[in-house]
Write a protein that binds this ligand. Structure first.
Ligand SMILES: [Zn+2]
Length: 163
């Protein structure tokens, strides 16, 4: 397994809609394993393929006891509301409050291509939405109010200077 380089905002690949995953099996299992390793090394709870420079509809997560590989994810239903802080490994883990649905049902394929559905609440539901957004070329920044978005961007610029 290998730790990959995490791509940061404002890289173009983070803004692109990912291509569908069409090949399953050993190659995808290896990629998912590398993505898990990269996510754990960065102390994240979710990581999408565009964040490692691959414009693909794929993410991994290990959040709130829910560990999974999601290829070609789609949100089947999103209900209720939750308030909470959200951050992203591609935006220096700077957090901002963002309202999301409280209960989310996801449909996706595992690394072998098996279709599954999974329902989650709270943080894991937030993770489903955040990572599926990445597959659609969206960052949590795009969902913030303009004022909060500018605040996060400024803090991120400062953080990058200090590295
Ligand atoms: Zn993210």
């Amino acid at each position: 397994m290998a730790v990959m380089k995490i791509v940061e905002h404002p890289a173009q690949v983070l803004k692109e809609v990912g291509a569908p995953v069409e090949e399953f099996g050993a190659g995808l299992e290896k990629l998912a394993a590398d993505m898990f390793e990269t996510m754990y090394a960065a102390e994240g709870v979710g990581l999408a393929a565009p964040q490692v420079g691959l414009s693909l509809r794929l993410f991994v997560m290990d959040c709130d006891g829910l560990k999974l590989v999601a290829a070609n994810p789609s949100i089947l239903s999103a209900e209720g509301e939750q308030e909470g802080e959200e951050g992203c490994l591609s935006v220096g883990k700077i957090h901002a409050p963002l309202r999301r649905a409280a209960r989310v049902r996801l449909r996706a394929q595992d690394a072998r291509g098996e279709v599954y559905e999974k329902e989650a609440e709270g943080l894991a539901a937030r993770c489903f939405l955040h990572e599926t957004d990445h597959c659609d070329g969206l960052l949590f920044l795009d969902r913030l109010s303009p004022i909060r978005r500018d605040m996060v961007k400024r803090r991120f610029q400062k953080l990058k200077k200090w590295r």
